[in-house]
Design a protein around this ligand. Sequence first.
Ligand code: GRF
Length: 198
Amino acid sequence: ARLVVLLSGTGSLCAALLDATDDPAYPATVVAVGADRDAAGLEHARRRGVPTFVCALGDSPDRAAWDRALAARIAGFAPDLVVSAGFMKIVGPAVLAAFGGRLINTHPALLPAFPGAHAVRDALAAGAQVTGSTVHLVDAGVDTGPVLAQREVPVRPGDDETSLHERIKTVERELLVGTVAQLVTDPPTSPSQSRKSP
Ligand code: GRF
C-alpha cells in the first residue's frame, strides 16, 4: 500500500514508519512525506530518497486555497492511506473530501481526553496518572474522528512535558506502525463504520 505521511516537526514518528517499511514484509511503503513548512522531519525522507513536499499556509491566498493545494499535492502521489504524524494543521473540506476514511492521525493522549495541540502539557496539568496514545480517523473536528487504536502510558512522578512526551512517543511509534499495517491489510469498509466484532 502507498502511504503519504504529513508532519510539522522533528518527524520521529515518520522516521519510525520509514524504518518499518524497510522490512519487505511490511505491507506499505512511504511514497512521499509532506509538511506545512520546511520541517526538520523532512530530512528523514530526503536521506532515503523519498519525495517530499512543502505546502505552507502562507503560500496560499487563504485557508480554503491551502486546503485545496494540500489535497492536490497529496493526490499527486496516489496514496492508499494518508498518515498525519505530528502534522499541526487542521485539514479542511477539500482534503477530507479526497481522503476522508483513509486519513489517520496519531495523538499523544487517550482521546477524547486532552484533544488539541498541547495534549501532554494538559494531561500533566490535570494531574493525570495515566495518559496514552491514540490513532484515529481524521474528520472535520479537532482530534474527534473514530478511534482506531489506543494504548495507555503511565505518568511518572517528576515527569515534565518532555519526559512524558518522549515516553508517549515510544508507544505512539509502535501503535502507529501496527495500526497502519492492520489498516492496509484489512481496511475499514466505510469511514463511519467502526470495526464490529464478528
Ligand atoms: C507526536 O507526539 C504527535 O502525536 C504530536 O506531535 C508529536 C510529533 O512528534 N502531534 P514527531 O514530529 O513525530 O517527533
